[in-house]
Write a protein that binds this ligand. Structure first.
Ligand code: HEM
Length: 142
């Protein structure tokens, strides 16, 4: 019981860090794209994006996955419907994370492909995914 409670506490703490980072990143991209290309200001945004990706986002996604899989093993979640749906959403969210990380590289090369409006819209993705995941885990509709 104690191990389970600590695993779950750690899982939720790192979910919060991961989500916070995912909410921040596209906002940084919007400010970055508003700066003049090749300017010292644009270079500062590159550093901020890389720090967020390396210091917050990468460690958080790793810990969330490790503790989540340990929890799944502990509670025997593999046979439950809500867990299959959650896994699918979490895989999609992890893909979104990877896509945003690759967009940071593109921006650092001065090759933006998304508009500010598109980035603001994309910013809704982690919020919607987090809401659906929390409903699946807590309400367990199936
Ligand atoms: C990355 C892969 C993930 C895996 C494998 C995973 C797996 C699990 C498992 C097995 C549990 C324990 C359920 C139980 O107590 O019976 C759990 C709890 C929880 N997970 Fe995840 N999870 C992952 C990611 C996430 C994400 C991205 C979120 C939110 C955005 C999230 C939110 C939660 C919450 C809120 C709980 C606690 C629910 C409660 O109070 O019982 N998880 N997770």
């Amino acid at each position: 019981m104690t191990t389970y409670a600590w695993l779950k506490a750690g899982h939720v703490i790192f979910v919060i860090f991961w989500m916070a980072g995912l909410f921040m990143l596209p906002r940084l991209f919007v400010y970055h794209q508003e700066a003049e290309e090749g300017s010292p200001e644009a270079a500062k945004w590159v550093v901020r994006e890389q720090r967020l990706l390396k210091i917050i986002l990468l460690p958080s996604i790793v810990v969330v996955w490790v503790l989540g899989l340990l929890l799944a093993q502990t509670v025997g979640a593999w046979s439950q419907g809500w867990f299959h749906a959650k896994l699918l959403l979490v895989l999609l969210l992890s893909g979104y994370h990877g896509w945003m990380a690759s967009y940071a590289k593109k921006l650092a090369r001065g090759e933006p492909t998304l508009t500010g409006k598109q980035l603001r819209l994309l910013n809704e993705v982690p919020g919607i995914a987090a809401a659906l995941i929390v409903i699946l885990v807590i309400v367990r509709p199936f």
